[in-house]
Design a protein around this ligand. Structure first.
Ligand SMILES: Cc1cc2nc3c(=O)[nH]c(=O)nc-3n(C[C@H](O)[C@H](O)[C@H](O)COP(=O)(O)OP(=O)(O)OC[C@H]3O[C@@H](n4cnc5c(N)ncnc54)[C@H](O)[C@@H]3O)c2cc1C
Ligand code: FES
Length: 263
């Protein structure tokens, strides 16, 4: 983990509310693992004071890619940043995804901007076949994977309004897929990231459908390195700790590790 001043190589809008930033980061791009994140200080002034956490969504040569949605002051500043400008970046941080066994089926399920860490995982699953399912609000919110990581991947899309793909939550695509196979014969490894209701639904499904699942969580983060307690989430009963720090113990967890009733 390092703190570095990284230069913006490009920063462009890719849909109605998502931007893609490429930072020149030879060392971080080399050492980053899918599921890890960075803390970006978006301003030299006191506003906003705290760094903001972002998943690494891919790498390309010396570039580290950050896919982000504008939700507030920090991300609005990022959206206005241009080529040549530098940000102080701390990372790569946290625990990433476990690389799946080559046996069995691999399924990636992302919701909205939650596709970001899964794109990086997909980029690294070169020798594995996998399915990618992604849910968005509507067609204009789709994040085109090819444009982001430069690799064409087939993605099954679900949209809330039915403007493209399956109409309804992306978890319905997953339910259909699981119902159509005998999971006792071939194991499923699932990797997911997205909004809370989606993750909670998948956590529910994982109780009675015996698939193995890792989830990348979001939480409010002040320090990103385990020093402030700001990102605590309750662990499921019987775990070695009562609470986990999302920044240090995660952000990727086995789905069975988390107390979903309190998340
Ligand atoms: C490990 C981790 C990885 C992340 N990866 C990404 C990523 O790859 N791309 C991305 O766009 N975002 C990601 N986020 C979320 C991102 O950190 C926040 O969106 C960002 O910090 C908001 O900063 P802001 O200053 O623009 O908004 P703020 O001014 O901090 O907040 C503005 C509004 O947005 C709400 N908000 C803040 N954070 C979130 C959130 N996480 N989810 C929903 N609403 C929120 C606040 O409650 C507030 O109402 C990640 C978060 C974590 C913890
Ligand atoms: S963000 Fe400070 S402990 Fe996790």
């Amino acid at each position: 983990m390092k703190e570095q001043q990284l230069e913006i190589v490009f920063n462009r809008q890719i849909n109605s509310n998502a931007w893609l930033m490429g930072l020149n980061a030879p060392e971080m791009a080399k050492s980053a693992r899918p599921g890890q994140f960075v803390m970006i200080r978006v301003s030299r002034s006191m506003h906003p004071l705290l760094r903001r956490p972002f998943s690494i969504c891919g790498t390309k040569d010396t570039l580290m890619l950050i896919l982000y949605r504008v939700v507030g002051q920090g991300t609005a500043i990022m959206a206005h940043a241009s080529h040549g400008q530098k940000f102080s970046v701390l990372g790569p941080l946290g625990r990433g995804f476990t690389f799946p066994d080559a046996e069995g089926s691999i399924v990636l399920v992302g919701g909205g901007i939650g596709v970001a860490p899964l794109f990086f995982l997909a980029q690294n699953l070169k020798k594995h076949r996998f399915l990618f399912m992604a849910g968005f609000g509507s067609a204009d919110e789709i994040i085109p994977v090819g444009e982001v990581i430069g690799t064409q991947i087939d993605v099954s899309i679900a949209t809330d309004d039915g403007s493209i793909g399956h109409k309804g939550p992306v978890t319905e695509l997953l339910e259909k897929y699981i119902a159509g196979r005998d999971i006792n014969k071939k194991a499923i490894s699932l990797f997911t990231c997205g909004p809370k209701p989606m993750l909670k639904r998948i956590a529910d499904m994982s109780k009675d459908q015996r698939f193995w699942c890792e989830v990348s969580l979001e939480a409010s983060m002040a320090c990103g390195v385990g020093a402030c307690q700001g990102c605590a989430v309750k662990a499921a009963s019987g775990k070695d700790k009562a609470y986990y720090h999302v920044c240090k113990d995660g952000p990727v967890f086995a789905i069975t590790s988390i107390d979903w009733a309190s998340y």
